[in-house]
Design a protein around this ligand. Structure first.
Ligand code: FAD
Length: 345
């Protein structure tokens, strides 16, 4: 048996008051900044204003100095920049070392990261190293005025309750948020700020991970979280072959196909297309829920879509509670008709 004790490093009150400011980790792929980082700058701005402190972006990479402009235009007052060839590719040890050093030196009270593959990896590593709390997959963030604590709300117990979590005794208070959960803020053209440049103290030889080759995934990556139109199918679609009906509708609309977990588990769609609590959170302009019952774990991943269209042969299906437009009937008959009509336009 193994007895592992993980304890948050407790910081006394006088120490806690030294931590100031809201930080957003700016995730990017060779300079191409992920939308979730801008979304976090949007909510970060609000938190910083409520606390009366500065909002900063943390930008790590190689040759990324020119990217600070966008970060300011999305609302940051400051950018902490570590620009070094060693940081060209994302590697956990190198990036976490930089973030930890920045935190030790500048002491932010809040740090936000995207709940992406990279953000989840980095946030967990950094929080463990700093011995502070981390709340993953938050859906709401707010400041409690009296205590100045960050209220971090996330679904718990399979989405049946919303839990609000606070990190009282350690700093920074760390949260991750999935893409598209927070709205994209308005850009403020011409907004400028202060760049604080720090040196990377890690040499290539200090990093155990070596990138030998980068192989891009074949077959076209699925970016469900960026799609404006999603045509999702559930168990009611009936078979893998029937998903062709959904693909035809998606093609006519310029959308992409999504799926419920039941459809993924049946082997009809790949996991990367799963919408929901254990899949992707989406917020498209139009979401079609076809043959999907509306289980809470599915709803938490799509209910903030602008317009929801549901087709289900059960008039009592829960999905109709969140749908803007509902059609009761057999999707195998209705969807081809809809596609045919749309093709005429
Ligand atoms: P069903 O619930 O079986 O619904 C099928 C629907 O199709 C029914 O409403 C039926 O009336 C309708 N239908 C049948 N035939 C037709 C037809 N011909 N035309 C029109 N309608 C028809 N689920 C997710 O989707 N995403 C997640 O991320 C996710 N995460 C989970 C995490 C946990 C911890 C757990 C416990 C569950 C999770 N689930 C998730 C599973 C979730 O609870 C449901 O089981 C699942 O969403 C059901 O999928 P479904 O609506 O496709 O299937």
């Amino acid at each position: 048996s193994c007895n592992v004790k993980i304890k948050e490093k407790q910081v006394d009150n006088s120490e806690i008051s030294k931590y100031k400011g809201v930080w957003v980790y700016i995730e990017h792929s060779y300079g191409d900044i992920a939308d979730v980082s801008y979304e976090l700058l949007g909510i970060g701005r609000k938190l910083a204003d409520d606390l009366g402190v500065k909002l900063a972006g943390i930008l790590l990479g190689s040759d990324v100095k020119d990217k600070t402009k966008d970060i300011f235009e999305y609302g940051a007052d400051q950018v902490y920049l570590v620009d070094d060839p060693v940081l060209k590719d994302y590697r956990t040890e190198a990036y976490s070392h930089c973030v930890e050093s920045l935190v030790d030196k500048y002491k932010p009270e809040i740090m936000l990261m995207g709940a992406t593959t990279q953000g989840r990896d980095l946030a967990g590593y950094v929080a463990t190293k700093l011995q502070t709390g981390l709340t993953a997959d938050c859906t709401e963030l707010a400041i409690e005025q009296e205590s100045r604590l960050l209220l971090q709300t996330r679904p718990a117990f399979g989405g049946n309750v919303m839990a609000t979590i606070v990190c009282k005794e350690s700093r920074p208070q760390m949260s991750t948020v999935r893409p598209r959960v927070m709205p994209m803020p308005e850009k403020r053209p011409g907004n400028k700020g202060e760049v604080i440049e720090e040196k990377n103290t890690l040499q290539e030889d200090d990093i155990a991970t070596k990138i030998l080759e980068i192989v891009s995934e074949g077959g076209g990556l699925v970016y469900l979280d960026r799609a404006d139109i999603i045509v999702s199918g559930g168990k009611g679609v009936g078979s893998k072959e029937n998903f062709k009906i959904l693909q035809d509708l998606a093609d006519v609309l310029g959308g992409t196909v999504g799926a419920s977990r039941a459809a993924v588990e049946a082997g009809w769609m790949e996991q990367s297309r799963q919408v929901g609590q254990t899949g992707t959170t989406v917020r498209p302009k139009i979401y079609f829920a076809l043959g999907i019952s509306g289980a809470i774990q599915h709803l938490v991943g799509m209910q903030t879509s602008d317009v929801i269209v549901a087709i289900n042969n059960d008039p009592d299906a829960t999905i109709f509670n969140v749908a803007n437009y509902g059609i009761v009937g057999d999707l195998k008959k209705i969807v081809p008709e809809l596609t045919k009509e749309l093709k005429k336009r």
